[in-house]
Design a protein around this ligand. Sequence first.
Ligand code: ADP
Ligand code: ZN
Ligand code: MG
Length: 479
Amino acid sequence: MDYEAVIGLEVHVQARTATKMFCGCPNQSGGEPNTFVCPVCLGYPGVLPVMNREAIRTTIVAGLMCGCDIAPFSKFDRKSYFYPDMPKNYQISQYDLPLCLKGAVPIAGKGFSGTPLAARNVGLTRIHLEEDVAKSTHFGTYSVIDFNRAGVPLLEIVSEPDMHTPDEAYAYLTALKQVLEYAQVGDCDMEKGQMRCDVNVSVRPRGQARLGEKIEIKNLNSFRAAHRALEYEIVRQIEALETGEALHQETRRWNDEAGVTSLMRSKENAHDYRYFPEPDLMPVEVGAEWLDQIRATLPEAPAQRRARFVQNYGLTEYDAQVLTQEKALADYFETAARTGANAKALANWVMTELLRVLSEANLGVAQSTVSPAALAELVGLIEAGAISHRMGKDVFGEMFRSGEMPKAVVARLGLVQESDTGVIDEYVRQAIAQGAAAVAEYRAGKQKALQSLVGQVMKLSRGKANPQLVVKALQEKLG
Ligand code: ADP
Ligand code: ZN
Ligand code: MG
């Protein structure tokens, strides 16, 4: 039997705001435990929440970037449950009237396993806003709780059951994170818990219209873990069906070390959250005027920017994809390209040399000591033949170390490419005189022999001869 997997994702992202969702505590990570707290986010009795307008705005930004409909009327609800990470015994969330509805995230490129993916849209069901809960850490016989992140605005982004392979889910997570970073919705660092995802997956015989029983997987700490968990779970479910075992809706936990999922709770033990409207908050009405103002501030979406890079700068799809992965990198490239330097050459320098030295130094592109203008100048020097590509690499290394402009490095190191044909002819004459064997081979039709003569000229000129002119001169002299 041929089976099809069906996958839907629920992603939580902390919004980047100055303060928390319903109180004035800082929305900040990395503080001493339980220092960014107050009676509101500690859930003391008798306190009242005050809505954070910036969090609403940020959620609308996320919605607009994903093409959602923004609800003109939405409200908050209490999601009741009993657990120490939420001492008031309910989380303020949105139930039936979320801020954003529908929408889509375009995916393209490659999945985690490197298989190329057909470009398509993954549908969204909704994006709603809620408050984050405290972080509990469990030790052998006790647990500790940190309330610093309790009450931080949290977006929940729910996809349609619209994906069919672990690679698609991986590409979706990557694309979603990219859009949210572009729009500055949040930092989306999974290691810091700023982005979390739960995966829902079922399988069904291909061609069957009805969806299979949904299994939700929790405890996924990276996109890679989501991919692995899906691969594991799809096989497990297919094997269960093949052996005639019935699957039931349940929640499972991913164990990253063992690479397996195990049962957390079955549907019978599922929570009944007893949602009801939050009586301490007014509904949210987003007026057309505010919506227009927000729309006017939206950045270009990554997919659009990718397409524009191909169009405006003649880049390949692949290059455009690499360069737009991160907004800061795309900005870097574009600032350099706007100086008029050769865009294709710039793209190559950014993707090879710049990204390599940055990753070696463990730096982000924003911290690059080589400015876009400096890189553009370097590309210009090479294009003009003032220095060779080979020299350019050394110059680049110096630029990165010292922060100097390329012309200054070239002057300091005396790295000037020899483009005087009289001087080059003299080197070529010497190389031919010393390389009788190579000359004979070349004349006998072995094109490759020219390379050893070029190498000899480069050696004689201590790397300074302009390679294009050397080849030309050699070809002329040898007929
Ligand atoms: P719940 O009420 O349990 O949260 P939802 O219907 O809200 O369930 O769906 C939660 C997530 O599960 C969504 O991302 C949705 O796309 C996905 N999903 C729903 N049904 C299935 C299914 N049969 N197989 C796979 N994913 C599913
Ligand atoms: Zn607080
Ligand atoms: Mg749900």
